[in-house]
Ligand binder design. Structure first.
Ligand SMILES: [Zn+2]
Length: 165
């Protein structure tokens, strides 16, 4: 629980959890201020090279050692497409141009909304960044062990909407 959830940002009273608009939320018994938790946005890219897609072996606590598409959280105020390209470059060394939206992926009760783009390589050189143990291109029928089932959904949708050539 962050201090934002313990004390009221308006009057510094201790917050209590109560039902507001159908959900349990931190609320101030003194001035009535309610803490609403916003979703977080993460952006990811499907980058294709000769029919294979770019994957990273994760060096993060979440999904450590397993594989995912490159991506990460969008900063507040950041253009989402630019965040997606930034994450690809940070994690893989490749510069990419976002081409089109594959979809928005959210789950009931899950704080993170994933925005998935198809992107094409424009430059850079393949080299694992600090957030990746290894990187590589994999065929869809030979993917490594994936960290997030969501990534498989993204790849299915990407494959279905992919233009030949
Ligand atoms: Zn208050």
């Amino acid at each position: 629980m962050s201090s934002q959830e313990k004390f009221c940002s308006g009057c510094a009273s201790a917050l209590e959890i109560r039902e507001v608009e159908g959900r349990q939320r931190p609320a101030c018994p003194n001035c009535g201020r309610v803490v609403y938790h916003d979703p977080k946005i993460a952006a990811t890219c499907v980058v294709e090279r000769q029919g294979k897609v770019l994957m990273i072996q994760r060096n993060n606590q979440v999904g450590y050692g397993l594989w995912s598409m490159p991506g990460g959280y969008v900063d507040r105020g950041e253009v989402v497409e630019e965040a997606a390209a930034r994450e690809v470059e940070e994690e893989t060394g490749l510069q990419v141009e976002v081409q089109r939206l594959v979809g928005l992926f959210s789950e009931l009760g899950h704080p993170v909304v994933v925005v998935a783009f198809a992107a094409r390589e424009t430059g850079g050189r393949l080299a694992a960044g600090p957030e990746a143990q290894d990187i590589g291109f994999f065929p869809l029928d030979g993917l490594p062990e994936m960290a997030f089932p969501r990534d498989n959904l993204i790849l299915e949708k990407w494959k279905a909407m992919r233009q030949p050539g």
